[in-house]
Ligand binder design. Structure first.
Ligand SMILES: [Zn+2]
Length: 97
């Protein structure tokens, strides 16, 4: 007989996604510098840098939007609703996090 732990958020995925978002923000400037260095060393077209930066920013927007709208496992709607912080209860169905 096991103990069933029910959470309205998939915490492991949530924490992985939070780490991904943090890494995207932290490594943006160092990797942009690295791409700029490689662009100069390898005589790559300047579009490489532009594509890298635009792609990285779009990835940050995607990850940030997904993080902000993380779904409640109970009702499937955004757990935090309009709250900037992660509340104790789902904003829509009231289930505990
Ligand atoms: Zn809910």
């Amino acid at each position: 007989m096991g103990i069933v732990h029910e959470h309205s958020i998939d915490w492991n995925s949530y924490k992985r996604h939070r780490i991904l978002l943090l890494c995207l923000l932290v490594f943006f400037i160092p990797l942009t510098r690295l791409v700029g260095y490689l662009e100069g060393r390898l005589n790559l077209p300047s579009a490489v840098m532009a594509l890298f930066v635009v792609g990285w920013i779009l990835f940050i927007f995607w990850a940030g939007g997904r993080f902000a709208l993380w779904p409640c496992k109970n009702c499937g709607k955004s757990f935090r609703g309009m709250s900037p912080l992660l509340p104790e209860h789902c904003a829509h169905c009231g289930s505990l996090r």
